[in-house]
Write a protein of this length. Sequence first.
Length: 315
Amino acid sequence: MDIVDRYGLTVAELTAEEALASSGPWRGPDVDLLRVVDPHPRDQARLTAAGFIVKPSWVNWVAPLRASEAEFLGALSSNERRKVRRGLELAASAGLRMEVRSELEEGPLEEFLGVYEKQVADMRNGVNLARGEQRSLLEQSGSHIGVFAYEGSRMVGGCVCRVRADGSLLQLRYVATADVDQRGSLTRALYMAAFQAGRDLSCARMSLGNDTSLYGHITSPGLYEFKKRLGFTPLPSEAVDPGLGGDEADRFVSLRALTDPSLLLAYDAGSGTLDGVWENRPQGLRLHILASGEEVDLAPYRADFLSRVEVTVVP
């Protein structure tokens, strides 16, 4: 057993044998969760029976770009369409200028990283991943585009996206907005500009990038809801980025380092196939709502891409 800190989340990493031997109340070190990394398929049923939840480490949110913005918006709920259109109107009335750069340059990227760093600093457990990739982003500038929003000469937000080699997918790597009024509206306006840039490059699909499968620690439950409302479907990241796979089996001991509730995207029993992942069909993912009690309204979390939604009580 190893005790590790994952950005403020204290994790006991166990072998499957250790995990199965501790199927009762946890009596080990003071931790937030127990985890088996990449459990063998033969152990997954027994781990599930012992209270562990088998899940992909990362999920990637993907949606078809459709032929036009109007067609894309037509697939959303009426409420979300209003929010997007309101965001576009507010961006226009504020005089914001959207600029698409066909490759990344040092100056605009540095300005974007400044916006990104300020946003991460305001997060509960923010992790500044983009700064660590600054050099590699510039080295791969030809396969990336930047979509930036300006208020006068000041950058107030942006998206850094990678164009897949086969041209089929525009993958959002990093997004950030300045601390301005109507921040959510600005984000929606940026996304619409990025989606149109993808269409202009003849991409068929857009990815909103990879998230950890746990919402309530580094990322908030609100991010899950935001991406869901925009019509995106979460897939195990291996389906989109083969190098970012891996599974975990988790059993939560405490919510002290998490929001209450938190959300966990996990495999459904008997699932595991990635057939048809590009067709926006359910893939056997279920949603666990991790909460201190069972009285949770499930309605905001339901989605067509989920096989089910259930509450997992963490005392």
